[in-house]
Design a protein around this ligand. Structure first.
Ligand SMILES: Cc1cc2nc3c(=O)[nH]c(=O)nc-3n(C[C@H](O)[C@H](O)[C@H](O)COP(=O)(O)OP(=O)(O)OC[C@H]3O[C@@H](n4cnc5c(N)ncnc54)[C@H](O)[C@@H]3O)c2cc1C
Length: 494
């Protein structure tokens, strides 16, 4: 038997960064040689929640890591395979006793995969050490004391990246690559979807804390302004180009000098919501497919393919909804309020099951984060029982948050030439007005596919009645006991 060099393997998941990466830090601390590994797993590549845009973001993140690793003469081994198969292959060359990764609060299919990896590691005498991800804790029964623990985690020192000539060299990794199906990291030039990588993430963070945050509260609900005044850090947090702790600590440093603490505190509160929602999903994983409040599982809706396609493609005849859907399809981004509104339209007005819009939106949101996503979709669908039922009126939201209709003009160009008084409700135009503007409704732009008022009343009546259902009420108690954290004033956020 020949000597095999000991190797610590870091399995990168949603932590595509070098700084404040506990898995990398722990691997380096073993004193062994270290390999950074990313596996493009077939079952995830085929999963309906993911789309090419996500894989491109990940490829860009790895390509960027490779640039950052150049001074260390190393790179990431990025292969298309299954994790156990890669470890098996690596075991031919190295003695592997340690596998490091973060704890993943992900889709059910990743949980099943993790179960397999636990068995694989056990059978092969490998210790798999999983570290906490962004303050989300495993095995909690309720939230008592959670905020304090989250704060301690956010305020603790970040994990530095100081390898001591331990990383496998580029040459060694290129030799290994010959035995795998290596992933081509090239991505098409896209202008409209945020690009992945630590370098990009830091640019967004810098511009936000230097200037953009000054309009945070003012712009947060307005789809055109929010593109600039919100941080746009969500994909970088979701894929781990930055840790929440890094952003939290940068925020604290800025807040110290800032005269604009209100905007920073509103942003800080949302950073806390990020972990809050993911913690909820960690403790309630069935939320991916079923309403958290079991009482709402009896709600049956008839699927309309025609409605769903009109919504997906931005052809509902309601300009604000169509603008949002077209913007999302092209850019992968929408601000919070508009996300809530399109879910409300789908589940309340079109009366379609939230599960269908959750899958479509996860594919479109470049920041798809299962923990936030399923909880938010259910909340906006009004199926949690514990949150206020909000049925968004897309016309009112248009007048209030896109008052000059700039956003609609940009994304629904067939209406761009209309006067603002017509653009939010083109279906009110008389045939004479349509003639004047050379716009034939039903041909150049669809007539509304539903009667908003009538559908709103139906949804409101059914959902309000359900609030009094004994199972819904019993479940409310359970959810509140398990998931509610003590409310904190916003100015206590940092
Ligand atoms: C139906 C629906 C689905 C959503 N799905 C996702 C998702 O898959 N991934 C995701 O990151 N966000 C999701 N959100 C939350 C929110 O809309 C986005 O985080 C935010 O719009 C991203 O833009 P930003 O980075 O500029 O946010 P900012 O306003 O700058 O907020 C900073 C960070 O705080 C976190 N955050 C902000 N708002 C929320 C919130 N309401 N709940 C939890 N965390 C929040 C995000 O990490 C965000 O990057 C969803 C919201 C809704 C209504």
């Amino acid at each position: 038997m020949y000597y095999k060099e000991p190797l610590a393997v870091v399995w990168l998941k949603r932590d595509l960064r070098l700084q404040d990466n506990e898995a990398i830090y722990n691997a380096i601390n073993t004193g062994k040689r270290v390999l950074l590994l990313y596996v493009f797993e077939d079952f995830l590549l085929k999963d309906p929640h993911y789309e090419t845009r996500h894989w491109n973001f990940i490829k860009e993140s790895i390509a960027d890591l490779n640039q950052l690793l150049l001074p260390y003469n190393s790179k990431v081994l990025a292969v298309h395979s299954e994790v156990a198969a890669v470890l098996n292959q690596l075991l031919q060359h190295y003695e592997i006793r340690d596998l490091f990764s973060h704890q993943e609060t992900g889709l059910l299919c990743t949980y099943h995969r993790d179960q397999k990896i636990i068995r694989y590691c056990h059978n092969n005498f490998i210790t798999w050490k999983e570290n906490i991800w962004n303050g989300v804790l495993r095995g909690l029964k309720n939230r008592r004391g959670w905020v304090g623990k989250w704060k301690n985690y956010m305020n603790a020192s970040v994990f530095p990246f100081h390898p001591k000539n331990q990383l496998l060299t580029i040459h060694e990794i290129e030799e290994l690559e010959k035995q795998f199906s290596v992933m081509d990291l090239a991505t098409p030039e896209q202008n409209s979807i945020q690009k992945g990588g630590v370098t990009e993430a830091l640019k967004y963070e810098k511009s936000f804390f230097e200037e953009r945050y000054l309009n945070y509260n003012k712009g947060i609900s307005k789809p055109k302004i929010a593109v600039e005044s919100c941080s746009r850090l969500s994909p970088y947090l979701a894929w781990g180009n930055l840790s929440t702790r890094q952003v939290w600590q940068a925020l604290k440093a800025i807040r110290h000098h800032s005269k604009n603490k209100k905007d920073l505190d509103a942003f800080a509160a949302r950073l806390k919501w990020q972990a809050h929602f993911i913690q909820k999903f960690e403790m309630e994983h069935t939320m991916e497919n079923a309403s958290i409040n079991k009482g709402y599982r009896m709600l049956k809706k008839t699927i309309s393919e025609q409605y769903q396609i009109a919504w997906q493609t931005g052809q509902t005849g309601i300009p604000m909804i169509d603008a949002c859907m077209r913007c999302l399809n092209e850019t992968g981004y929408l601000n919070f309020r508009m996300r809530a509104m399109i879910v409300s339209f789908f589940t309340h007005m079109l009366w379609q099951p939230w599960q269908d819009c959750a899958v479509y939106l996860s594919k479109m949101f470049i920041d798809f984060e299962p923990g936030i996503h399923f909880a938010q979709v259910q909340m906006q669908a009004g199926e949690t029982g514990v949150n206020t039922l909000r049925i968004y009126n897309p016309i009112k939201n248009g007048y209030e948050h896109d008052s000059n209709a700039d956003f609609i003009r940009k994304w629904v160009p067939e209406l761009a030439h209309l006067q603002t008084k017509h653009i939010h409700e083109p279906y009110l135009m008389t045939p004479l007005e349509q003639g004047l503007y050379h716009l034939k409704l039903g041909t150049d732009y669809p007539l509304p596919i539903i009667d908003l008022k009538q559908k709103r009343n139906r949804a409101s009546k059914i959902l309000w009645e359900m609030k009094h259902d004994p199972l819904v009420m019993e479940e409310n108690e359970r959810i509140l006991d398990r998931h509610v954290i003590q409310p904190k004033p916003l100015n206590d956020a940092v």
